[in-house]
Design a protein around this ligand. Structure first.
Ligand code: SF4
Ligand code: SF4
Length: 588
């Protein structure tokens, strides 16, 4: 690692010459902000104008309690269940009951994984003991201090000949050969044990080892029962050094250098947020009167989840492992149509009949079967009539991430439109829906039934896409026809209605601190139901009824409504028809 060519910014102060990189930062996914990563690796660079950090009035990092309970078991001989109870009860901030259930589950999963690892090593005559002090690689020169850390759990043989680092995953194993794994192996092989805090002390005091290791292991432990630990690295220190040099060091260098700014979820924690000219600053975007409890991130998905059940929204905000239920045909259909359109529009040319051959899926053969293609082809044929790229346009961006910060609410807002483009330099923001009942989409109530449209109107009105306004479109596709509803930003009534919808969706979430469960038939499809002590486990046959609206529990289609479909009923319907993508694995 070197300082490279990272260039400082006005609006920041402090020393860029202390670089502390966490091994997991090497596994950044696409779409993350490179400048954020470079700043995160510089713990002694701060905003010129400091702001007092506000913390969540609830326990926002349940994994910390898992670590505390495991510490009690490994270093103080505590009973596992008693250690969990103690960690939960002694938590400095209130812990949601669903999060508490997950903490217990995760601790048991870890204990099960640990026993499996111990057994497999016992066959080789190796016994590992837990080490309380994390290891750190640290180099100091006249010019700079460089540190490489790894967050997880540490073990070693009594004589130091074998060392092991356990990388924790909340749910599923990560990709094989991730660069972060090579960096973790390097810290295990060459790092020294830190006496102080690797997150506070720069440099941190370290303790030499009596003996160098001859064998280095990195094992991945998914905190779920019945998921076997995966040995990612089992090598000599020399092999580890070589792998790091070949596969991880260039990436580590690259991370610290920074680069393009990409607004997105990183912005909430970014030191440059207040002065970043790439992240739109939009006071009043959400129409809220105060800054709420602390800085948070909100999207229409969060608002929808909160409408269905505050506990569900909270447990997902905590990033507890979530599960998607079985995909019914209609759900899969929507996913595949969106994926087809994303790829097709990425070519920046109109979709044509030649893209939809009768005898097979064409370019889509890589991600759908012939049967699935037959199912979605009528929707896509209908789309040809209203393909947005048929007319002249520029700056075509399928499924981009859009972010804007509302400082009056202290909320980072994230949106993911299906397609952005510019027509005559004005932005056109399109959402796309597949349905068997196209008639239920009407201009009069579309903004409340599809709140993504309302947020789009507010984002354009706030100038997120530049001056000059723009247009919001809803494309509705059925097997028989497709049509587009357009919302003209020049109409003040449209903007007023959109603001009302967005504020209505975010207001209660913004001031809630208890996130009570609201159980009902929708619990069947709740992605975090595993952790919820209040989930309803009743009869799952027949339609779901919400506010007088009957909803098909398999497809999410509205079967009948006694009155206008409420925002909540629409949220339940959409949670079935469009469950969204699985939540991202948090970066540890
Ligand atoms: S505010 Fe956002 S876009 Fe700007 S540097 Fe930070 S993370 Fe990147
Ligand atoms: S299972 Fe039901 S009550 Fe529990 S969080 Fe999910 S939707 Fe809410």
């Amino acid at each position: 690692m070197t300082r490279g060519t990272w260039i400082g910014h006005p609006g920041l102060r402090g020393s860029p010459d202390v670089i502390r990189l966490s091994a997991s930062q090497l596994d950044q996914t696409d779409g993350r902000c490179r400048e954020f990563a470079a700043l995160k690796a510089r713990p002694q660079v701060w905003p010129e104008v400091s702001e007092r950090r506000r913390y969540a009035p609830w326990e926002a990092f349940p994994l910390g309690l898992v670590m505390a309970a495991l510490d009690a078991v490994e270093f103080r001989d505590a009973d596992l269940d008693e250690a969990v109870t103690h960690a939960v009860e002694e938590s400095r901030s209130p812990l949601h009951p669903g999060a508490a259930a997950w903490v217990r589950h995760a601790c048991h999963a870890y204990a099960e994984a640990s026993a499996w690892i111990d057994d497999s090593l016992a066959g080789e005559g190796v016994v590992l003991l837990p080490e309380a002090q994390p290891r750190v690689v640290q180099h100091r020169s006249a010019a700079e201090l460089r540190m490489l850390t790894a967050w997880g759990r540490w073990y070693a043989a009594q004589d130091g000949s074998v060392r092991e680092f356990r990388r924790l995953r909340l749910r599923r194993p990560g990709p094989a050969g991730a660069p972060g794994t090579h960096a973790m192996a390097l810290v295990t092989a060459t790092g020294l044990r830190a006496v102080g805090s690797v997150y506070r002390d720069l440099p941190v005091e370290v303790r030499p080892d009596a003996a160098a290791p001859v064998r280095v292991r990195v094992v991945e432990v998914a905190l779920d029962l019945d998921v076997l630990p995966k040995v990612l690295v089992d090598a000599t220190p020399e092999e580890v050094r070589r792998s790091y040099h070949d596969h991880a060091r260039p990436i580590a260098l690259d991370v610290t250098v920074g680069g393009d700014r990409t607004p997105g979820s990183d912005c909430a924690e970014c030191k440059l947020r207040a002065t970043c000219d790439t992240l739109p600053n939009t006071p009043g975007l959400l129409g809220l009167a105060d800054r709420g409890t602390h800085r948070r991130t909100w999207s229409v998905s969060t608002g929808r989840q909160y409408q269905i059940c505050p506990a569900q929204a909270h447990l997902r905000e905590l990033r507890l492992p979530s599960e998607r239920g079985e995909d019914h045909t209609s759900v899969r259909r929507g996913v595949l149509v969106h994926e087809w359109l994303r790829i097709a529009h990425g070519r920046e040319r109109p979709c044509t009949p030649a893209d939809l051959p009768e005898d097979g899926p064409g370019f889509a053969g890589e991600f759908m079967t012939h049967g699935e293609y037959r199912e979605i082809r009528p929707f896509l044929l209908a789309h040809l009539e209203v393909c947005p790229l048929t007319a002249s346009c520029t700056d075509v961006r399928p499924e981009p991430t859009v972010a804007a910060f509302d400082p009056l609410a202290d909320v980072l807002v994230i949106a993911k439109p299906d397609l952005l483009r510019r027509v005559d330099r004005r932005v056109v923001y399109r959402e796309q829906k597949t349905t068997l009942s196209p008639d239920r989409f009407e201009p009069g109530d579309a903004l409340s039934r599809v709140p993504q449209l309302a947020l789009a109107v507010c984002l354009i009105a706030a100038g997120v896409f530049g001056p000059g306004g723009g247009t919001v479109e809803l494309e509705v596709m059925s097997p028989q026809r497709a049509f587009v509803l357009s919302f003209d930003m020049a109409d003040p009534a449209i903007v007023a209605q959109a603001r009302e919808v967005v504020t209505g969706l975010v207001r209660d979430w913004h001031r809630d601190t208890g996130f009570l469960a609201r159980p009902g038939r929708w619990c069947t499809g709740c992605p975090v139901a595993r952790w919820c002590p209040d989930r309803a486990d009743g009869d799952t046959s027949g339609p779901i009824e919400v506010d007088g609206v009957r909803i098909d529990p398999r497809t999410g289609e509205v079967l009948s409504a006694q009155a206008a479909v409420s925002i909540r009923a629409e949220a339940v319907a959409e949670s079935i028809s469009d469950p969204g993508t699985a939540d991202e694995e948090p970066p540890f």
